[in-house]
Design a protein around this ligand. Sequence first.
Ligand code: COA
Length: 252
Amino acid sequence: MTIDVTVEEGVKTLRMNRPDKKNALTNEMYHTLTDEMISADGDDSIGAVLFLGAGGAFTSGNDVGGFMKQATSQAPVEEGERGVARFLRQQVEGKTPLIAGVEGLAIGVGATMLFQCDLVYVADNAMIKTPFLDLGVVAENASSYLAPLIMGHQKAFEMLCLGEGFTAEQAYHAGFVNRVCSVDEVETVARDAARRLAAKPPRAMEITRGLLRSDPETRLARMLEESEHFAAQLKSDEARNAFMAFMNRKAG
Ligand code: COA
């Protein structure tokens, strides 16, 4: 399985587990993540969802082969292929608190999902990066709205447009990381916070979280607007060339 699901003490842990590809997310993985988040929302015994990676990385983001497939396909996207769209929508609309424990690389959607999380713990070796522009595509997951809200225009621009990557310390100072931990302790710290959240009175938690995230319509509208641009850019020459360059980078 490429998403390992475990439940313990009210915490559902979703571990992205495809280490040979740095946990790059496939359509199937997005569907599983989404199904598990939706089922957590409907399960009174779950009070928090914890995202983890495997093999020393959080995730290298969307599978570039998947991007390539969409970039070159003439056929309309089938319902079953809309894993990422379901995932992004659930990140905005879900009710269960989301926690991330990040070791190593968090790229693309692996970075932008941190803006949607309620608590974020990163290891001191974390590298958080959004190479959207270099790939010829655009910011997603409402990050063009959330990143400036969290860290101001210039830092958001640095992350989303310059795309050079934030270290754990930079991410902490930018304001979307709660704590920088050692590699050895990051999962324990994230899990402990998730457990403490899950033990709180659920209705009070739901109301308070809803008040703190009081802008779901704005998040959703921006996410959908970004997705339209993203889908159009996927078909552009600049994107196709960038995907090709990645796929062929080890050849010759
Ligand atoms: N999609 C598909 N495959 C990916 C991937 C991704 N997002 N990220 C890594 N992989 C694969 C590599 O192709 C490689 O596979 P191979 O062993 O069959 O050649 C394997 O994972 C290991 O990656 P590699 O590039 O050899 O490791 P690295 O440590 O040198 O670099 C990354 C790691 C993540 C920096 C680099 O792989 C990368 O830039 N990946 C693309 C990230 C990206 O653009 N994501 C989309 C964001 S919108």
